[in-house]
Design a protein around this ligand. Structure first.
Ligand SMILES: NC(=O)c1ccc[n+]([C@@H]2O[C@H](COP(=O)([O-])OP(=O)(O)OC[C@H]3O[C@@H](n4cnc5c(N)ncnc54)[C@H](O)[C@@H]3O)[C@@H](O)[C@H]2O)c1
Ligand SMILES: N[C@@H](CCC=O)C(=O)O
Length: 515
């Protein structure tokens, strides 16, 4: 009997047993650092000479693993394996498909701290952030399995006398799953299993800086009983393998999470008809954000400062949901700004294997360079309040950085930096604050800190973002509780972890029989 869905609780690391659990996980991961991982095509392991080498961003000399790298020929082989497997997988009972997800959730739950420790090593996540990523992966498995059971018999439609009308959802075909490095377990696993549980077969191309955790997840799915060919693992270059698969005539849909520019490229390429292609490809594209916390004059200012600090600098600001703009009504501007600076100066930036670290490194050299270049731009565009420095000698560490008095149109107020940088802007009143909040091309998350109910209502109607929060930060959506996805250049608003998400991987079929 399937129990009602509840999200996986976060671990309290103040409890000795949990702390030890994580440290044991870390030892397990340290025991397999540097190992090689193969592609998986039609259930077969394929090793290539070319490898993607995954490094620990806290310590550039530590190799987390070496993962075989697909080229076009191997991507084609994987596509054919997925096409073949679709013939049988689409007919497997939805209950059986859901069971694979339930079992995979149980396996990951048993190895929770090992997965979290691997996220610390491969993605630089501090303990609590890694734990949340693992919990979210478990949530996606548990939630989508239940959602499949809910929709497996379709939806009721009316029938006239002597007529039987049915409305069922059937799978689409072969999907390409392209995932980002910043939630290398949760988003990679969530997007993959949503496609699989709905009866599709997939090619998974994980991000190149975090392929090891994806390889471990593929092993879990095999252990959970997923048949060969349903999930094909093809890490590779976005430009080579990514483009090839997006363009492929047998690709039925693409589920992409990543940056605006790559999302747009995929959206455009997928719209072109290729020889032999007999359908319109569907694209799910969840892209970037430039997310704002608005603070009203009638607000709990301590709550506001805590929310801005945590949402701006949690996981070094490397969340699409991160607060990168704080828009404060002028009456309370100085007070909130000064308190955020105070709180930020208390944050510990260090190797995230240390439990007391709040913020670890950024992803890699190119992320480091990009963020540091925005910090230089920020020095021209705003008043540097704290931070502004980075050190990439051992790992990619950047101090949490605050700029005050930014013009709402400034680049640091408009462009996604994806690092530990937040810009403050002053608004003369709440209406102007909302106008500023809406003045980017993105529309992913936002938060409003206020005690004014009319303002809450106004923001509900006019703050144009997919995920809007009141009197809390703007990160940390929970699967099944706050379905996640954004408007405008933040993507197709697919709402991961929501009640409609699975339907994006299916098509509805009407049948009508006369008796
Ligand atoms: N909206 C969301 O739910 C969400 C969630 C997480 C991250 N993001 C966004 O993701 C970005 C950070 O992730 P990233 O740096 O990995 O993004 P990215 O766009 O650089 O890469 C994402 C994935 O796309 C692949 N890719 C690159 N070029 C490709 C191509 N031509 N064809 C196909 N695939 C290609 C990459 O290898 C990677 O697997 C940020 O912009 C962040 O806001 C959005
Ligand atoms: N779903 C996550 C963000 C995912 C993007 O990076 C959150 O709500 O913070």
């Amino acid at each position: 009997m399937v129990q009602p869905y509840k999200h996986e609780p976060f671990t309290n690391f103040k409890v000795d047993e949990n702390r030890e659990g994580y440290l044991t996980g870390l030892k397990t991961v340290e025991g397999y650092l540097g190992k090689d991982y193969d592609l998986v095509i039609g259930g077969e392991r394929v090793s290539t000479e070319a490898k993607i080498v995954s490094y620990n961003p806290s310590n550039k000399e530590e190799v987390v693993g070496r993962v075989s790298k697909a080229n076009r020929e191997l991507a084609e082989k994987a596509m054919q394996a997925a096409v073949e497997a679709f013939k049988s997988w689409r007919k497997v009972k939805p209950e059986t498909r859901a069971d694979v997800l339930f079992k995979a959730a149980a396996i990951i739950r048993r190895r929770k701290h090992e997965f979290s420790a691997l996220l610390t090593k491969e993605a630089g996540k501090p303990w609590n952030e890694a734990d949340a990523d693992t919990a979210e992966a478990i949530d996606f498995l548990e939630f989508y399995a239940r959602q499949m059971l809910r929709i497996k018999d379709g939806v009721h439609v009316e029938s006239r006398p002597n007529e039987d009308n049915r409305y069922d959802y059937i799978p689409l075909g072969v999907g390409i799953i392209i995932s980002p490095w910043n939630f290398p377990l949760a988003i990679m696993a969530g997007t993959t299993v949503a496609a699989i549980v709905t009866g599709n077969t997939v090619l998974l191309k994980p991000a190149s800086t975090t392929p090891v955790v994806a390889a471990k997840f593929v092993e879990v799915m095999e252990e959970a009983g997923l048949p060969a060919g349903v999930l094909n693992f093809v890490p590779g270059s976005g430009a080579e393998v990514g483009d090839y698969l997006v363009d492929h005539k047998d690709t039925r849909f693409v589920s992409f999470t990543g940056s605006r520019d790559v999302g747009l490229r995929i959206y455009e390429r997928a719209s072109k008809l290729n020889e032999g292609q007999i359908w319109l490809k569907r694209v799910i594209a969840e892209m970037g954000g430039k997310d704002t916390i608005v603070v009203d004059k009638d607000a709990d200012l301590e709550l506001a400062a805590q929310a801005i600090t945590a949402s701006s600098f949690g996981f070094s600001g490397q969340k699409c949901s991160a607060c990168s703009r704080a828009v404060i009504v002028e009456d309370v501007y100085d007070q909130v700004l000064n308190r955020v600076v105070e709180l930020t100066n208390e944050l510990k930036l260090d190797d995230p294997t240390d439990q007391s670290t709040f913020m670890g490194p950024v992803n890699d050299q190119s992320a480091f360079d990009k963020i540091m270049s925005y910090i230089e731009i920020g020095k021209e565009e705003g008043r540097l309040m704290t931070g502004g420095e980075g050190d990439s000698s051992k790992g990619y560490f950047i101090k949490p950085t605050i700029f005050a008095d930014a013009d709402p149109k400034a680049r640091i107020m408009q462009e996604e930096i994806f690092g530990p940088v937040v810009a403050f802007a002053k608004a003369k009143d709440f209406d102007e604050a909302l106008e500023i909040a809406n003045n980017t091309e993105y529309g992913l998350t936002g938060a409003v800190i206020t005690r004014n109910r009319e303002h809450i209502q106004k923001a509900r109607e006019d703050f144009h973002v997919g995920n809007l929060y009141f009197n809390r930060g703007c990160t940390g959506a929970i699967v099944g509780y706050q379905p996640f996805g954004g408007f405008n250049m933040s993507g197709t608003d697919s709402k991961a972890g929501g009640p409609d998400y699975l339907l994006l991987h299916m098509q509805a079929k009407t049948t009508s029989e006369m008796y």
